[in-house]
Design a protein around this ligand. Structure first.
Ligand code: DUC
Ligand code: ZN
Ligand code: ZN
Length: 462
């Protein structure tokens, strides 16, 4: 008789388009049946999900694990970062593989494979961040786009990483011609340098001046420029970590005109503000990230765009540094490594402040944190949904569980969380990856290094 490896029983299944109670039969890592009632004698193991939400595993398409930055490395590696992700209800990530100036894109993949293989515990992909456009890169790009790496990243800022507008345009064109997608970090490079010079000359060295040096207009200008370059080519574009309503409006307006423009925001821009930089004793450095946190009125504008469709996904830009690493910039905010943690708390934060807070429905929560990222980055329907033949990447979410977020109960390899003391109602209590129970109630239970590199397909514009 046919037997399932696992039966998830009686849960309320929520996808981006549906919400219903059913049983899920899983075999060989795949969902094989979704029915009103699957008989218990047809299964080896049962997980009783009565009274709980059963949703596709979270997909975080913006992480920086083990990444060199500002003379140090982000403190979570692929093992610690993906274990924390799993405990927090995330079952796939896409990390940014940043091309070292003296390496080809294929060599960059080798470097990132080395970091991830045998260490990651959930499935992963890489967006290649192109930092050098030459004949080799030009030759590599189309092949990579067609062979499992359909998305690239371009930085408009950061010495050693940024590309010029013409180069961005060329990559947008290559991506368009090869069914790929370009992710863009949009800030105005020259204006930041101009401001930094002035601020440091006046002795303004504290963390708050990080935000002053790259204001909202600096991001809005670059967002507009990148979006217009893409519009000129009618090429798809995905703007990462949109921090404010002005930048988000540019994306929304482009979409209204029918262009293939998409945007992502992150929990920090929805829940924190520029006021955090004023925390005493160098604690403002915890929030030094780029783009910086904004005036709090932007939070409502971003939620509106998430609800109404102007923005399509919520990722984290998880890029943690210990406070000791942050102290490299104790006397000069430009030397504070940019980035903050968020990979573990994302799902609970967005559920609580988004769904409980009345900004988005439960279905839209699933769409923004899982289904859309899967579609946009070529993983759907293998990932990002609960459907027959999809991977059994499933999160059991207890909407009644109350948790106070604290570094004491998170598993990220870092000594603070920007969300310390935030109270949430609703938390992931169990995470399945390809049918294996890999995390339950705050504990990682899976095998070491079990994550697989995803061969991704064609992006679907959302
Ligand atoms: N922003 C950050 O804050 N950290 C890493 C890279 C980035 O763009
Ligand atoms: Zn960025
Ligand atoms: Zn980033």
């Amino acid at each position: 008789m046919f037997t399932y490896d696992l039966l998830i029983k009686n849960g309320k299944i929520v996808t981006s388009g549906d919400c219903y109670i059913a049983d899920i039969g899983i075999k060989n890592g795949k969902i094989k049946d979704i029915s009103d009632e699957i008989a218990l004698d047809k299964t080896k193991k049962v997980f009783d999900a009565s009274g709980k939400i059963v949703m596709p595993g979270g997909i975080d398409v913006h992480t920086h694990l083990d990444m060199p930055f500002g003379g140090t490395y982000s403190s979570d590696n692929f093992e610690t970062g993906t274990k924390a992700a799993a405990i927090g209800g995330t079952t796939s990530i896409i990390d940014y593989a940043v091309q070292p100036k003296d390496k080809t894109l294929n060599e960059t993949i080798d470097i990132w494979n080395e970091k991830a293989k045998g260490k990651a515990v959930i499935d992963y992909g890489f967006h290649l961040a192109v930092t050098k456009l030459n004949d080799t890169t030009r030759e590599e790009l189309p092949k990579l786009l067609k062979n499992g790496f359909p998305s690239f990243k371009v930085f408009m800022v950061y010495d050693g990483m940024r590309l010029r507008d013409g180069e961005l345009m060329e990559i947008l064109k290559i991506a368009k011609d090869n069914d790929g997608l370009v992710c863009v970090h949009a800030e105005n490079y020259d204006s930041i340098n101009y401001r930094i010079e002035g601020l440091l000359a006046e002795g303004k060295t504290e963390p708050i001046y990080h935000a002053v040096s790259r204001p909202q207009k600096c991001e809005a200008e670059a967002t507009n420029r990148a979006v217009k370059l893409a519009e000129m080519l009618d090429a798809p574009i995905y703007i990462v970590h949109v921090s404010n309503g002005e930048a988000s409006d540019i994306i929304t307006n482009s979409r209204k005109q029918g262009f293939k423009t998409m945007g992502e925001t992150c929990p920090q821009y929805l829940l924190l503000s520029i006021d955090n930089y004023r925390e005493e004793d160098f604690n403002g450095a915890k929030y030094v990230m780029s783009p910086p946190l904004r005036e709090s009125f932007n939070q409502e504008l971003l939620w509106d765009d998430l609800r109404l469709g102007g923005l399509q996904s919520i990722a984290t830009d998880h890029c943690p540094f210990f406070m000791d690493q942050k102290r490299m910039g104790e006397n000069d905010f430009t030397k504070i490594p940019n980035g903050a943690p968020g990979i573990e708390a994302r799902m609970a934060l967005i559920h609580h402040f988004g769904v409980n807070g009345g900004h988005i429905s439960m279905e839209r929560f699933v769409e923004l944190t899982s289904s859309n990222p899967a579609k946009i980055f070529g993983m759907y329907p293998q990932k990002g949904t609960i459907a027959v033949n999809s991977d059994a990447d499933i999160v059991i979410f207890d909407t009644d569980k109350e948790v106070t977020i604290s570094i004491d109960n998170l598993h990220e390899e870092v000594d603070y969380t920007p969300y310390e003391g935030f109270k949430v109602k609703g938390y992931p209590i169990a995470t399945f990856s390809r049918g294996e129970l890999i995390a339950e109630n705050g504990e990682y239970l899976g095998d070491e290094g079990r994550g697989l590199l995803l061969k991704r397909g064609k992006p679907e514009i959302q």
